[in-house]
Design a protein around this ligand. Sequence first.
Ligand SMILES: [Cu+2]
Length: 168
Amino acid sequence: MFRTLLVTVISTAYFSGHAFAHGDAKNARKLAKPISTEEKEFGREGDPKSVSRTVKVDMSDSMRFMPGSLEFRLGETVKFVVRNSGKTMHEMVLGTMQELKAHAELMKKHPTMEHDEPYMAHVAPGKTETIVWKFTKAGQFYYGCLVPGHFEAGMVAPIRVLDKGEKK
Ligand SMILES: [Cu+2]
């Protein structure tokens, strides 16, 4: 009896999540998606409940991010509140330089390619989107805009993640 009930609850949760995924409300979909366990070279998706720092990032048509560099400590879960104050589409994508470059090339070949990963925020003009990311590895990483032409125009900035005990 208990088992039947449990199965019903799980399948209901699954199907309601599924329904969200096909909705056009991007935020609702983001909420419904479970936190990814995928470990990238530059960290992993963070739990919104364990955010230790919130950082506002502004993107503009001058092809620059504000602030123009970021520094975190190993283990920090950061909520990026990403605003597009320009008149064209911009995005903030976290990654290694190698990954961002490869991705920018791909975007040039397939400009209409759409995807959504926990380490990126596509932001329409005048809008704000968020990324919650946990920095699980120390090192030098970057955030870039991969809208075709923007990365090449210099819309990329460094993130340094300091190891425990490492001085600034
Ligand atoms: Cu851009």
